[in-house]
Design a binder for this molecule. Structure first.
Ligand code: ADP
Ligand code: ASP
Ligand code: MG
Length: 404
């Protein structure tokens, strides 16, 4: 008898009809002789609605209260999924993140998992129950509800699969697997059958929201092999694991990623002396605001200009913090949300020259202006105007020979 962890994302449990379909798939898995732990997200749109309500009351909501609120979305779906299973005659119990022993640190709204005890999951499985666990949520050591960052149900699934030593971890979503680019943006994107953690991690970190980046990081660390597949059909999906021997041979680039949830921050008139930049990033870091794509230009009269990006969700908080720091430093700050990050990712880039030339030539031919650039061994990333993002992704996909 195998132990299978299945995670169903927001669209997969989007309404009562979808929950019935999911319950039937779970029943089929049980009928095939498996023990099943299910992780569910909130119905699609629910988490966003809850965030909007909070922001209508307070632009920078208290993070503990935010977690208390956001955990509601997943709590609805665990109960409904259990009820749907009962209707099919399948014994099932629901558990919150806290009840499943998903213990996190104190970083509310972006907590990290520190321990997974599993609560009574093993006992319930032994008693013949399917256990339905609320994704995206945990509990801090003081007993307060935490959430794991957007897309965090993926992480809940990986953490439970790792802790319970599951034989299989299946991530059910609304696409057939991981593609060479978001198939909603790049129509010629191809499904990848098998890929390595590192490649997916770099794609996820570059904004491909198909998997939460931290969940892939976790899977890599604990060697959780998983499959991403659709809950809308029975097609085989994408297997993700440590090493793929002949990984996409001949292809230098394995995928293109687009991130439209970015805000560009520009600080002008920063004193060009040791410590100014540190002061900026120290203030942001202490408040849990991550930054990316940092560029500094030395301007006139001992003043520097600093540009970087932050996640759109963090922008109001970043603005408030920076206004404080900048007024102390005599600098000024401005934010703009009309940018997107577009990246190409591939392990093959390590051993290939000419990747940058192909990349920038493709953008130049499309007449797309580049604002910021960052590179790593296996990635090139640019910030461009938001309204050119889809076009850039398609141009790069073609230029690197990824079109089907
Ligand atoms: P879930 O609610 O199941 O977690 P998400 O909406 O978080 O699903 O992720 C699935 C979506 O990710 C797809 O609908 C697709 O538009 C998007 N996506 C972005 N990049 C990719 C990619 N490279 N491959 C597949 N899907 C992608
Ligand atoms: N409901 C959460 C979100 O929308 C977590 C998830 O779906 O994975 O981010
Ligand atoms: Mg998701």
């Amino acid at each position: 008898m195998a132990l299978i962890v299945q995670k169903y994302g927001g669209t997969s449990v989007g309404d009562v009809e979808r929950i019935k379909v999911v319950a039937q798939r779970i029943k089929n898995t049980v009928d095939a002789g498996n023990s099943v732990v299910v992780v569910v997200s909130a119905r699609s749109g629910v988490t966003n609605q809850l965030i909007e309500r909070a922001k209508a009351l307070n632009a920078i909501p208290n993070e503990k209260e935010m977690d208390m609120l956001l955990a509601v979305g997943e709590q609805e779906t665990i109960a409904l999924t259990a009820m749907a299973l009962h209707s099919l005659g399948v014994p099932a119990v629901s558990r919150t993140g806290a009840q499943a022993g998903i213990v996190t640190d104190f970083n509310h709204t972006r907590a990290r998992i520190v321990e997974v005890t599993g609560g009574d999951i093993k006992k319930q499985l032994d008693a013949g129950n399917v256990v339905i666990v609320a994704g995206f949520q945990g509990i801090d050591p003081d007993g307060y509800v935490t959430t794991l960052g957007r897309g965090g149900s993926d992480l809940s699934a990986m953490a439970l699969a790792g802790a319970l030593k599951a034989d299989v971890c299946q991530i059910f979503t609304d696409v057939d697997g991981i593609y060479t680019a978001d198939p909603r943006i790049v129509k010629k994107a191809r499904k990848i059958d098998v890929m390595e953690y590192d490649e997916l991690l770099e794609m996820a970190a570059s904004g491909s929201k198909v998997m939460q980046a931290r969940s892939v990081e976790f899977a890599r660390k604990y060697n959780v092999v998983f499959e991403v597949r659709s809950s809308f059909n029975n097609n085989s999906g994408t297997i993700v694991k440590a090493e793929v021997p002949s990984s996409l041979e001949g292809l230098v680039v394995s995928g293109v990623a687009v991130d439209k949830n970015q805000t560009k921050v520009t600080i002008t008139g920063l004193p060009d002396k040791p410590g100014s930049v540190a002061e900026i990033f120290d203030a942001l870091g202490k408040n849990g605001v991550g930054v990316d794509m940092i560029v500094q230009n030395i301007g006139r009269q001992g003043m520097a200009n600093l540009t970087f990006t932050v996640a759109k969700d963090d922008a109001p908080k970043a603005e408030k913090i920076l206004q404080g720091v900048c007024s102390d430093l005599g600098a000024s700050v401005s934010l703009t949300g009309d940018i997107a990050k577009v990246s190409v990712v591939g392990i093959g880039m390590r051993s290939n020259s000419g990747v940058a030339a192909t990349f920038f030539t493709a953008l130049a031919k499309a007449g797309i202006n580049v604002q910021l650039i960052t590179t790593s061994e296996i990635k090139i990333c640019v910030a461009i105007n938001l309204d050119r993002a889809d076009e850039a992704a398609c141009a790069l996909h073609t230029a690197f020979g990824l079109d089907k």
